[in-house]
Design a protein around this ligand. Structure first.
Ligand SMILES: Nc1ncnc2c1ncn2[C@@H]1O[C@H](COP(=O)(O)OP(=O)(O)OP(=O)(O)O)[C@@H](O)[C@H]1O
Length: 559
């Protein structure tokens, strides 16, 4: 059953409305009163019609009520909708910002389908529910005013109508009771369905290539997911339809009761019967929209509950140093990074654990030193821990133990944010942004780097600073990503198998010219590489095996 006090929707409106909330409540009350007064003038007009004929001042009063009602109704629906819109947009923005505040390790564990469906745009539904809420609240005032009038006509008549109406409402609420449970099932089924749709998008290429893969995905994941979601949704819709239809019929039954039974049983005359009938008709139709609001409100509650759960989950996953930043504002100033001199890791351990908490793999670095201007390669077999080491070194994975010193100062003195910004990282799997983000280089400098990467004939820079295209081959994408890394102009470059997609000519240029040039400019480079024919350009080659550095790398004394 909907708990209004703890409702996410009402809490959102309450917390966002501020001083305007009081004005909205006043406008709502006044609009309801105007609606009630309009009904009175209609009743008065009816009486006058049977008597001496409608008087001009009654018509004028009716028009005045309508005019004021129009103004108030417009004000309250517009402003309430804007409050709801702003509230939900800011909430989503806050959750998206918190998503950025969690560690890479926690991000990898997150169910992306759930994140997608929780963050999915439910603005329209929330705004629609707000409009309906305001209209329903005004109607409720009008209904109360109508019942007061009914009591002045006939106390027993009014009591009978109220008793039957309450009976109808109780049965209606009993019928919608339990819809929440159905909706929770529907929500989790829809999340599973969204996850299988993510597979469809991310694996589009492989699915397009092979029919059996597509058949498997659709037959065993997409369709059953859709079936479960549809079945769960069907149950909720049936329950809602049953409740609303019952209430609609019950309303007509009340009108029939007034017309056919009240004159006989309560001895009401024609005027009293028709007045109660008209007042009931005016009250029952907004009552219908009020009960129609319940299903929408339930859906909105489910959506906002999902968003709340995601936010709570992200809060529990937030990295210690990010908590203050993301809680205040994401637009805090970019960190100032001191010039790099040296880096030293001592007795550092990082372990992966499975869901049962069992260690599945780990790295242990006894001692690792990197000095300004060095060019160091790391080699090693697949799964030996090279990328994991790079993630630990760059601060993306938090080591479980060990010491980090940067420029001979402990990492705590630097702060994680400053430390991370020391590096320009090009991982083996990367995302190309439309613009070189975080780069403040002028367009001609960007074009120079594109020329250096030999992709100037393929990609140029638009006036707004974005790249002209990202429709590139795998090697070209890598070169563009490398261009972006160079434009970041950091002191330390971390490259994870960057040359894997390069053609022989560009690979030669990368190892023989680009890396030594960077080194001459004082940059420090640590690169994971399997290209042993170019190992001679490095100052040192380290070898990783089973998560530890072994001896059989090589050192080179450069002249
Ligand atoms: N998120 C994770 N959770 C658990 N284990 C992981 C995770 N990521 C990687 N591993 C495990 O850690 C080990 C090392 O992986 P890593 O990616 O560091 O190897 P690598 O040396 O870079 O390999 P490659 O040369 O194939 O890229 C692998 O056995 C892998 O299964």
């Amino acid at each position: 059953m909907l708990d209004i006090k703890n409702s996410y929707f009402f809490t959102l409106l309450r917390s966002r409305s501020g001083p305007e909330g009081t004005k909205l409540v006043a406008a709502c009350l006044a609009a309801g009163l105007m609606q009630g007064l309009a009904v009175f003038t209609v009743l008065q007009g009816l009486e006058q019609l049977c008597d001496t004929g409608i008087r001009f001042h009654t018509f004028l009063a009716f028009l005045v009520c309508l005019g004021i009602f129009y103004y108030l109704f417009r004000y309250m629906t517009e402003h309430a909708a804007l409050i709801a819109l702003r509230g939900v947009m800011e909430w989503r923005m806050r959750v998206a910002t918190k998503l950025r505040g969690i560690s890479l390790k926690e991000y990898d564990k997150l169910d992306k389908g759930w994140v997608q469906s929780a963050l999915v745009d439910e603005r329209e539904m929330v705004v629609e529910a707000t409009r309906m809420l305001m209209a329903s609240a005004a109607s409720t005032i009008m209904i109360l005013v109508s019942f007061l009038k009914m009591f002045t006509v006939s106390v027993p008549g009014a009591l009978v109508v109220i008793v039957f109406l309450c009976l109808g409402l109780v049965i209606f609420l009993r019928l919608v009771h339990g819809v929440y449970a159905f909706m929770e099932t529907a929500g989790s089924a829809e999340t599973d369905f969204s996850a299988s749709l993510l597979d469809l998008q991310d694996g589009f290429r492989q699915l397009k290539q092979h029919k059996p893969k597509t058949s498997d995905l659709f037959a065993n994941y997409v369709m059953p997911g859709l079936g479960r979601a549809a079945a769960a949704r069907k149950a909720t819709e049936r329950r809602h339809a049953l409740a609303i239809s019952f209430f609609a019929v019950f309303n007509l039954l009340i009108l029939g009761l007034i017309l056919f039974l009240m004159p006989g049983f309560l001895g009401l005359d024609v005027t009293a019967t028709s007045t109660i009938l008209v007042l009931s008709m005016f009250s029952l139709s907004p009552m219908m929209s009020l009960v129609g609001f319940v299903p929408l409100l339930t859906k909105v509650e489910m959506n906002l509950q999902d968003l709340t759960s995601l936010e709570q989950r992200l809060d529990s996953m937030a990295e210690e140093f990010e908590i203050k930043g993301i809680a205040t504002h994401w637009q805090h100033k970019d960190p100032v990074v001191p010039p790099f001199e040296s880096l030293c890791l001592r007795d550092v351990r990082f372990d992966y654990f499975d869901k049962q908490g069992m260690r599945v793999f780990g790295i242990h670095v006894d001692e690792f030193v990197l000095r300004r201007g060095e060019l160091v390669f790391i080699r090693g077999g697949n799964g030996s821990g090279k990328s994991t080491f790079m993630n630990v070194l760059s601060g993306l994975y938090a080591a479980q133990s060990g010491m980090f010193f940067c420029n001979d100062r402990p990492l705590a003195d630097w702060g994680m944010e400053v430390y991370r910004n020391l590096f320009a990282v090009l991982p083996s799997e990367f995302h190309l942004f439309r613009t070189p983000l975080g780069v403040h280089a002028p367009a001609d400098q960007v074009e120079d780097v594109l020329r250096l990467m030999r992709i100037e004939s393929k990609v140029s820079v638009n006036q707004d600073g974005s790249f002209s295209t990202l429709e590139l081959s795998a090697g070209q994408r890598k070169r563009l990503a490398l261009a972006c890394a160079l434009l970041e102009d950091r002191d330390v470059y971390l490259f994870d198998e960057v040359a894997a997609d390069f053609d022989p000519g560009f690979r030669n240029f990368f190892y023989e010219s680009l890396l030594p040039d960077l080194q001459r400019k004082g940059k420090t480079i640590l690169a994971i590489s399997h290209d042993d024919r170019y190992f001679h350009v490095a100052d040192r080659v380290l070898c990783m095996r089973d998560g530890v550095f072994t001896e059989n790398g090589h050192d080179k004394e450069k002249s």
